[in-house]
Every structure is written in structure tokens, then in C-alpha cells.
Design a binder for this molecule. Sequence first.
Ligand SMILES: C[S@@+](CC[C@H](N)C(=O)[O-])C[C@H]1O[C@@H](n2cnc3c(N)ncnc32)[C@H](O)[C@@H]1O
Length: 220
Amino acid sequence: MAEEIPRAVAGPVVEEGSVRKGINAPYFAPGGYEKFARVLEAESREVAAHRDQIVEAIGLRQGMVVADIGAGTGLFTTEIARRVGNQGAVFAVDIVPAFLDRVRERVEAEELSNVTVVLGGERATGLKDASVDLAFMCNTYHHLEYPRTYMDSLFRTLRPGATLVLIDLERIEGKTSDAMFQHVRADKQTVIVEVRRAGFVLESETDLLEENYYLRFVRP
Ligand SMILES: C[S@@+](CC[C@H](N)C(=O)[O-])C[C@H]1O[C@@H](n2cnc3c(N)ncnc32)[C@H](O)[C@@H]1O
């Protein structure tokens, strides 16, 4: 779709500083888990209301290994797990232990045996190199404090030819609410540049949502 940026242009990554200090602090604050679990699962949230269409559009196949990066409460994890089946696997990765407890509860309640919950890092997925066929990131990118370092790690986590599906909130002056404009660090074009800089190639965009964009990248 867009012209490829050679990895060499990005130069070596040396001690990236936080681009959004404290963006995840509310999740760790007292009462934070309860408050945000409700927000994340509310039907008024566009991606929650469109959960089934979003998962359908991923193009999952039985046997795939998927990383749900920033899984939150597992809104998408269990449906993804059902679609990849018992020959496949899902890693539900997050940095907030309380969210991962909620994912475990869901997985048990839905009697799924192909989900592994992973406490990841701020700068790295915590998954083995070349171990994943598809990474799914919904509303996680704007929560990355160290996006450049993290996306380098995610690039290594994916197998050559693997897919990255990235959904995030639009940030459009005059259209996005003031609160969201403040909360979301970068607009779609900036995110595309940043993700391509990590080596991913933009493949397509799915026109499904209004408040969010839905991008598909390939890890060459
Ligand atoms: C807005 S929530 C989205 C949760 C879920 N994907 C959804 O759409 O319901 C952002 C999530 O990203 C997680 N997160 C932030 N930084 C992360 C990192 N470096 N690695 C993994 N998860 C991260 C947060 O803990 C939070 O669960």
C-alpha cells in the first residue's frame, strides 16, 4: 500500500525514553482494575460493540498461534482462541496482573485449553522469537510507553510472513473529542510510520469502524 521504509533508516535503538510517562498508571491505581474493566467491556465502546466483526475480519485459521498484545480483560482473547482451535494457541499478553487474572477467569469459564496468559514487559513481549503467526493489538499501541523498542521486540516475536493486526483510536483534530485527543498520542499516519520503521510492511486497511482504524501489516 505505502512505500517501504528501509530498516537502516531508523538507525540503532539506544535507550528509548518513555513517550507517554504514566499512561498505564491508572490501571495500577487502587480501584483502577474495576473501573477500567467496566470501561473496556462497555457496549458503548466501539470495539466492544463490533467485537464479532473485528474478530471475523482478522481471517483466523485453525492451528494459528496468535498473540493478543495488551489483552486487557480478554475481550477478544477467547473468541480468537475458539477460532484457532485446539491445534492453535493464543498468548494473552499484558502488563497488568489484575487484567490477566480476569483473562484466566474467562478462559476457565469458557473451558478453553489453548490460552496461555503472559505477563509481558513495558519494552518487550516476553514471548520467544519467531513463535507467533499473528499479533493482534486493539487499542494497545497508544498505551505503549516505549513503542520503538516494543515494536522491535514484536517484530522478533513474529515468524517471517506473519501478520500484525493493529486497531487504534483515530486522532483527528476537530473530530476526535478533546479528552481522546489528549489521551491518544499519535494519529494514524504517525503510527504507520512508526510501525513501518520497525520493519513491518503495511498491507491493507479494513473499513469497519468509525472511531478506530484497522490496519494489517506483514512481518517480511
Ligand atoms: C485500552 S486497553 C485495551 C485492552 C484490550 N486490547 C481491549 O481492546 O479490550 C490497553 C491495554 O494495553 C496494555 N498495555 C500497555 N502497555 C503494554 C505493554 N507494553 N505490553 C502489553 N500490554 C500493554 C494495558 O495494560 C491495557 O490492558
